[in-house]
Design a protein around this ligand. Sequence first.
Ligand SMILES: Nc1ncnc2c1ncn2[C@@H]1O[C@H](COP(=O)(O)OP(=O)(O)O)[C@@H](O)[C@H]1O
Ligand SMILES: O=C(O)C1=C[C@@H](OP(=O)(O)O)[C@@H](O)[C@H](O)C1
Ligand SMILES: [Mg+2]
Length: 168
Amino acid sequence: MTSPKAVLIGPPGSGKSTVGRAVAERLGVGFRDTDADVEAVAGKAVSDIFVDDGEERFRELEATAVRDALAEHDGVVSLGGGAVLDPATRELLIGHFIVYLQVGLSDAVKRVGLGSARPLLVLNPRSRLKQLMEERRPVYESLASLTVATDDRDPAEIADEIVKGLPS
Ligand SMILES: Nc1ncnc2c1ncn2[C@@H]1O[C@H](COP(=O)(O)OP(=O)(O)O)[C@@H](O)[C@H]1O
Ligand SMILES: O=C(O)C1=C[C@@H](OP(=O)(O)O)[C@@H](O)[C@H](O)C1
Ligand SMILES: [Mg+2]
């Protein structure tokens, strides 16, 4: 049975997509990002799915993308920040090696910027991000096999720490 070497979770701007790719490179394995998988299935960007079809439809596509990635992929998988809100997804994550990337509000705000690529943060990004981070922190903490701080650290250093922390 295939199983990912690591599954990255954490809020938007914690670096899941960037660091996940770097971890996969270090391990010489493939990388999957469930947002990219959703975009491939829908044939459009996450932000367009939110606008055209609504968040609920995005969450359905996301739950399926996560389920498929966990079942099929034996490299590194990065989830979207909100994927863990789905109870069925949380259930499927049990038993996997889950890496929680921690980030403080000010680094997260700097990293996500003011662009519209993250539709949940289009209106008032700083306060929305603060709210999301506070609501979700207990969920991320409850799932984590390994927690890695990312503030004031570059992706290479974070990826090295994750590789060192993987089970042998
Ligand atoms: N540790 C880091 N330090 C500085 N910038 C980072 C770091 N990790 C990611 N970034 C940058 O922050 C932005 C968001 O990163 P991304 O990997 O998309 O985060 P996530 O997938 O968790 O939302 C990208 O522009 C990325 O280059
Ligand atoms: O936190 C969220 O609910 C979301 C995070 C995004 O992914 P990143 O965490 O990779 O930015 C993306 O899945 C979508 O915009 C919703
Ligand atoms: Mg991402």
